[in-house]
Design a protein around this ligand. Structure first.
Ligand SMILES: [Zn+2]
Length: 412
């Protein structure tokens, strides 16, 4: 199928400011508020005029004449500019779900996809066997693809090619040094998945965990992330729980108090129902277990506070709503059978969900290096390989050694 170029042939350089300009435009256009804004008001306030007016159509989500609030808008407004924002913006362009209006007759939400050719390019040409291939971005490859898919004159296609590849330049992906382009997805995958789910729901999709996982698979999000499919699905499986817990799109509403309270309330309800069926002894046993669980949670909470919810491995402080940050407490030697790790802070780390997963799977291990610790990865070129871990609490060396040996003796 042939696509129209849209306004993609207009100037994408934004006077040398790159995607920083997009972030500035979002801040100005939304008036620094996490609330939907009328398209016309955005246009008047965003600081871009004429040929610069590309962001709306290619990066933001529209619904019924209003620009939506989603993870991209959230990142733009709540965080200072970094290459992570640029990479999330490129992902938004590739995700290519930019909303639309309602069909006048059926009333159904219409999903508009103005840069479908870019989405197809990534899925069909750029991604191959788990990674992005740099030779796909060479003139010959891009020109052949655009010639095949785009309904436009030759000079328009050339402009599109130049603008599109410029986006990869802005994201530090181009020019490429190696055959494979490292997308660095582990740094922005949580935001990318959240953005995917936000737009899926904004477009009328279901918010259940199974629906969230399905969209990752059917829309081939792994390819847009530049990672292997099983890696994307594993991350999605874990992060979808978090996404549901923090209220999906409701996380932008600062008046809503979510997870711990709700989770505890539902546990309480479950417990009181069980009480009626159980003997006094069983109830007592459960009470003790519950108290222990509470104590465990407190240890984890204290430790997360000590590290200010910042991942000890990558220093990312994952922001999940206007005033909330998310981290996980990982046990170095797992609790319970069969590993029987001790339940104490010296057997715990504070990590982001990505590195929790990689640490639990042994892809990342900690090695004692004199009096400090270094990260060692089984993946060649892992960005955290050899990084020194800065500690604010003491670790139990027997647990660290256990983890090192356990995963050293197993094949990855
Ligand atoms: Zn991390």
């Amino acid at each position: 199928m042939k696509h129209a170029p849209g306004s993609f042939s207009k100037n994408f350089a934004w006077h040398g400011t790159g995607l920083r300009k997009l972030q500035t435009a979002i801040n100005a256009g939304y008036g620094d508020k996490l609330a939907p804004v009328d398209r016309q008001i955005f246009r008047a306030d965003c600081g871009l005029t004429g040929v610069d007016l590309i962001p709306i159509n290619f990066f933001l989500h529209n619904k019924n004449g209003q620009l939506s609030v989603d993870e991209l808008v959230f990142q733009a407004i709540e965080r200072s500019h970094s290459v992570r924002f640029d990479r999330l913006s490129l992902f938004a362009l590739h995700l290519n779900r930019v909303g639309g209006g309602r069909d006048a007759l059926s009333g159904r939400q219409i999903v508009s996809r103005p840069a479908m050719w870019a989405n197809e390019f990534v899925r069909e040409r750029l991604w191959f066997e788990g990674a992005w291939r740099s030779n796909a971005l060479l003139d010959a490859s891009l020109d052949a693809f655009l010639n095949d898919r785009m309904k436009a004159r030759a000079e328009v296609r050339t402009k599109c090619r130049t603008n599109y590849r410029h986006m990869f330049q802005l994201c530090d992906y181009w020019p490429a040094q190696l055959g494979i382009i490292n997308s660095g997805a582990e740094q922005w995958i949580a935001s990318a998945l959240f953005l995917t789910w936000d737009r899926h729901i904004l477009d009328g999709g279901a918010g259940s965990k199974s629906a969230l996982l399905e969209i990752i698979e059917t829309d081939e999000i792994a390819k847009l992330l530049g990672v292997p499919e099983d890696y994307a699905l594993k991350q999605a499986d874990q992060l979808s729980n978090l996404y549901v817990d923090i209220g999906r799109l409701d996380r932008f509403d600062t008046d809503i108090e979510i997870p711990t309270v709700l989770i505890e309330a539902s546990e309480e309800a479950e417990l009181s129902w069980l009480d009626q069926e159980e003997s006094d002894e069983a109830v007592q046993r459960r009470m003790v277990e519950r108290l222990e669980q509470k104590r465990d949670r407190k240890k984890a909470t204290d430790l997360k506070k000590l590290y200010n919810n910042t991942c000890m491995f990558c220093d990312v402080r994952l922001q999940v709503s206007r005033d909330r940050f998310y981290s996980e407490a990982a046990h170095i030697r797992p609790l319970g059978k069969p590993h029987n790790g001790p339940d104490k802070k010296s057997n715990m780390l504070v990590l982001c969900p990505n590195h929790h997963l990689q640490f639990d799977g042994g892809i990342l291990r900690l090695r004692m290096d004199g009096s400090s610790y270094k990260l060692v990865s089984k993946i060649p070129g892992h960005p955290l390989n050899n990084k020194k871990v800065v500690l604010r609490h003491r670790l139990d060396d027997t647990c660290v050694t256990w983890h090192w040996k356990w995963f050293g003796s197993k094949r990855s």
